[in-house]
Every structure is written in C-alpha cells, then in structure tokens.
Design a protein around this ligand. Structure first.
Ligand SMILES: NC(=O)c1ccc[n+]([C@@H]2O[C@H](COP(=O)([O-])OP(=O)(O)OC[C@H]3O[C@@H](n4cnc5c(N)ncnc54)[C@H](O)[C@@H]3O)[C@@H](O)[C@H]2O)c1
Length: 431
C-alpha cells in the first residue's frame, strides 16, 4: 500500500490526504472543483483548520501530495465526498455514486476502496459494491471494499484523525483487515473491526445521540423559561450526577453532520424512528422560537434594527453549513427587521466589523459563542446600541456586568423578561 488516491478534498479529504502523506504514502488528491485543485497544488489550503495550511504546504513542497481533477491508478482509494440531504430530507448520494463511477477505469486487482462519507445503512453493499462490480473484479477477493466513518471535530481535525478510535467495516473479513492495516499506519486510537452496515449505522447513531440530547436540552430550556428556572444552572447541577450528561441548549443545530445524519435513519426506518424525528423537529424549530423571542423583545419599537453576532454553526469555527444563524437572519429579514451581522470568522459578504454591526441597533442578538463575543465589554457596546437590550441564545454572557451597564439581558432558557416591558422602557430611558 504505497499510493493512496483520496477522492474529495474538503474538510475530511484534505486533512486525511495530508496525514497519509505524512505517514509515508504517495498521495493523489482528486476534486471536481478545479479551483480547489489549483489552490492545493500551490501549497495552500482552502479549508480553515488548525495546522492544515502548514501541512498542505509541506506535503506539496516535498512532492508527497499532489492534486488533480481525475483519479489515477493507486493501491488504495478513499472516497470522502459530500452526502447532503435533499429538500425531502433524504440522503443525496449523487456525489458518492459519481465518485465511485470515476474510479472504475483505474481499479486493479488487489486494490482497496474505502468509503468515508457518512451514508445510510447498506449504502456500501447496495450502492457502492454494485458500481465497483462493473470492473469485473471479484468483490472482497480481488477488490477489497470497506466503510470507515470519520468522527473528527472541526477545529481539531488533524489531531482527532490520529488520536480518535476508528470503526472499520468491511464487506468481508479480508476487506476489514486491509482497511485496518491502512488506518493502523497513522491512527493511535483503537481500531474496531466490523461489517460495513454496522459501521454505517454506528456513525449515524453517534450523531443522532447528540442531536436527541441537544433536543432534550432545548426542550428543557423552553420549559425552564416558563417555570422561572435558569436552565444553564440546572443542567450544570444535573451533570454533576455521575451518569448524566445533558448537552447545551441553543438557537438550533447546524453543521454538516448532526443536523443531517439523523434524517438518514428516519428515511430508512420511517415510523420506527419516532424519537429521532421529533428531536430533529425540536432542533429545527429553534430558529423560529428565537425569532419569536426577538419580536417580543422589540415589540413597540418602530423600524427595529437587530445586530446579530455570529453566523457560523458553532463557536470558534469558520463553517456556516446548515448554520441556524443563517435561517434566523433570513427569518428576521422576512419579518421586516433590519439586520446587521458580525462574525470575525467568516468571509461572507454581508458581515460587518463589530462596531458597524452594533451601531444604532435596538437589540444585540448573540447566536454563536465565539471567544471574541464572550469577552465583549458591555460599557462599550452600550455606547453603540440605540437600546441596551441583549438576547444571548448561548448562555455565555455574564449577567452582572451587563446589567451593571444598564442592559436588559435576556438569555435563552432562563426566565424570559417578556412581561418586563416597563423595566425595559426604564432601561431605555436611563440610557
Ligand atoms: N466535515 C466534518 O466534520 C465531517 C465529519 C464526519 C463526517 N463527514 C462526512 O464526510 C463527507 C465529506 O464531508 P466534507 O465535510 O469533507 O465535505 P466538503 O464539502 O468539505 O468536501 C467535499 C469535497 O468533495 C468534492 N467532490 C464532490 N463530488 C466529487 C466527486 N464526484 N469527485 C471528486 N470530488 C468531489 C467537492 O468539490 C468538495 O471539495 C460527508 O459525507 C460528511 O458527512 C464530515
């Protein structure tokens, strides 16, 4: 196994390609996006990920990695292409299909094909294998095939690629062992062998567990608001219990995985996946809920302006895929509110510098707990806003300094000050 061809050079494929190059393989990265290929061949990374730019630059400079738009003959092929969902919440496997088809001219006896893209159970057996059979090679014997899910955390991808444990699912024992051999060359965590369908389901179960747990936290937040309980404190106390690990509530669930993968189970399991579907619906409903609260906080304000802080799907990453902030911004604009957005981690055209975004706003809406936002100085913010009102949907702002600076601080999952119109007006007058 000397040469590896990685198909799809995104958040997963590019870091994987560089780790393999560091481990002594000759790596060819393939992407249908010619701009991505050109950038990588210049020794640059199009993905904002810790230490990745340096690794790409070194691997390209030393000739251990190169990129192209077409696959070429290799010992191992790794498919890491996107698997989004359709408008009907069904897995869109078009990229997996076309990536697999693109390999056919290059596959030879003795090769190993690994699918890393997250897919519904049985995709390896029912979609990938039938395509690979067109080579005429005998599956398992002449062509090894495995599904090996990726479980890395954006922001720590390079570290987790090496130190996380891996689940390796072969279409037979020989395929599982061949894939294990590849991963064992750079993975320091445990490697568990199983069949491809169990590995596919394992990956979906991991993200579904987190989605359901977040939905529970969101439901607790809504109930806490009604009961006058601070949900953040209650969760902290509950999690002191040795067998409890409640996740954090928030304005919705985003990203490429947790907001998507549970639908792959729902699609297959239908009415059996009642809890999973409900959890998805609860999390998908959070942006609407946040918008309703914003409208309550702004009731009576003419031509209201909202300064949104945070656009990415979670704190301290640049990734905006499936971000609930995008939906909230859209919904607020649909309701006729003027919205300015600040997010120091994104290059989006609508993003403004902090002071510009805050200037003249009637409400600061915190949607992402970036470190830059946690350390905001309330006194400085007060000078910029038209009304001293903050809605913190991440529970990251400390109440005392904000209130000391004359703010009304509403926090998702705490007693919500909708009945405090009078004190809100008093605050405004004082300001
Ligand atoms: N991003 C994560 O943190 C993460 C974590 C675990 C699993 N995954 C899964 O890994 C898979 C890849 O995700 P990603 O985040 O790397 O996606 P991505 O969108 O960042 O990158 C995918 C790349 O594949 C390219 N591509 C698309 N079709 C292609 C084809 N037919 N041939 C060659 N290249 C093609 C695209 O141009 C793109 O550059 C998905 O199934 C995802 O669910 C992602």
């Amino acid at each position: 196994m000397k040469k590896v061809c990685v198909i799809g050079l995104g958040y997963i494929g590019l870091p994987t390609a560089t780790v393999l190059a560091d481990s002594g393989y000759g790596v060819v990265g393939v992407d249908t996006n010619a701009a991505v290929v050109a950038r990588i061949n210049q020794g640059k990374s199009h993905i904002d990920e810790a230490n990745l730019a340096e690794k790409v630059a070194r691997a390209i400079a030393e000739g251990r990695l190169r990129a192209g738009t077409l696959p070429e003959a290799a010992d191992v092929f790794i498919i890491a292409v996107p698997t989004p969902f359709t408008a009907e919440k069904e897995a869109d496997l078009a990229a997996v299909r076309s990536a697999a088809e693109s390999l056919l001219p290059y596959l030879q006896k003795g090769n190993l094909v690994i699918l890393e893209s997250t897919v519904p159970p049985r995709t390896t057996l029912d979609l990938l294998v039938p395509i690979l059979q067109k080579t005429g090679l005998e599956m398992g014997k002449e062509l090894r095939v495995a599904f090996c899910p990726e479980r890395v955390l954006p922001g720590k991808i390079l570290e987790e690629l090496i130190f996380n444990s891996r689940v390796v699912g072969g279409i037979d024992h020989a395929s599982a062992f061949a894939a294990k051999e590849l991963y064992a060359s750079f993975v320091k965590g445990d490697i568990y062998l199983t069949d491809s369908t169990t590995a596919e389901m394992t990956k979906l179960m991991e993200n579904t567990y987190r989605d359901v747990n977040i939905a529970l936290a969101n439901e607790f937040a809504l109930i806490a608001e009604q009961s006058g309980v601070n949900v953040w404190e209650a969760i902290r106390f509950a999690n002191n219990h040795p067998r409890v690990n409640i996740h954090q509530p928030g304005p919705g669930v985003g990203g490429h995985c947790i907001a998507v993968d549970p639908w792959f189970i729902v699609e297959q399991a239908g009415p059996l996946a009642r809890l999973i579907r409900t959890a998805r619906e609860i999390n998908d409903g959070m942006p609407q809920y946040v918008v309703k609260r914003v409208q309550q906080l702004l009731s009576g304000v003419s031509s209201p302006r909202v300064a949104v802080l945070g656009m990415t799907y979670k704190a301290n990453v640049a990734d905006c895929r499936e971000s609930p902030a995008l939906e909230i911004i859209c919904l607020l604009r649909e309701k006729g509110l003027t919205v300015s957005v600040c997010d120091p981690l994104t290059q989006d055209a609508q993003v403004l510098p902090l002071e510009e975004a805050l200037a003249g706003a009637d409400l600061l809406l915190l949607l992402v707990g970036h470190n830059d936002f946690r350390s905001l100085d309330p006194a400085k913010v007060a000078q910029l806003l038209r009304r001293p009102v903050v809605f913190d949907t991440r529970g990251v702002l400390e109440r005392e300094p904000w209130e000391r600076s004359g703010f009304l601080l509403a926090t998702l999952g705490e007693f919500f000050p909708v009945k405090k119109e009078r004190s809100l007006n008093e605050n405004t007058a004082a300001h």
